[in-house]
Design a protein around this ligand. Structure first.
Ligand code: NI
Length: 151
């Protein structure tokens, strides 16, 4: 396994619309492993493939409720609105208050190519929305009401 360097704001890959993954190859699984390692070592709660320079629709999320690895994730339902603080490994030192849906249903594929449907609320729902935004070239600072220095 390897830890990647996290791409920082200003790199054009963060603004691209990431491509669907047509087939889950061994390379996709290796990418998932390395994204997970990269997320944990940086103490992140989520990571999207564009953040390691790979413009593909792949995310990993772990807010303390277990690891989720989702390929071609989609939000198929969302309810409510909540505003809370977010940061991003690609924008170190910055936080902001971002309105997000309070709960979402995320569909996609797991690493074995099986369809998964995840009901997420609160911080987990927020993390999924943040990571899926990365796949569309959207950063939290685009939506935040009050971007400021952390701490
Ligand atoms: Ni982020």
């Amino acid at each position: 396994m390897a830890v990647y360097e996290v791409v920082k704001n200003g790199d054009p890959v963060l603004r691209e619309k990431a491509k669907q993954v047509p087939k889950i190859t061994p390379n996709v699984k290796k990418l998932l492993d390395n994204m997970r390692e990269t997320m944990y070592i940086n103490k992140g709660v989520g990571l999207a493939a564009p953040q390691v320079g790979v413009s593909k629709r792949i995310i990993v999320v772990d807010v303390g409720e277990g690891l989720f690895e989702v390929i071609n994730p989609e939000i198929v339902e969302s309810q409510g609105v909540e505003t809370d603080m977010e940061g991003c490994l690609s924008i170190p030192g910055a936080v902001g208050d971002v309105p997000r849906a309070a709960s979402v249903v995320v569909k996609g594929l797991n690493r074995d190519g099986q369809e998964v449907s995840i009901n997420a609320r609160g911080f987990l729902a927020r993390a999924f929305q943040h990571e899926i935004d990365h796949l569309d070239g959207v950063l939290f600072i685009d939506k935040a009401e009050n971007v400021r220095k952390e701490g």
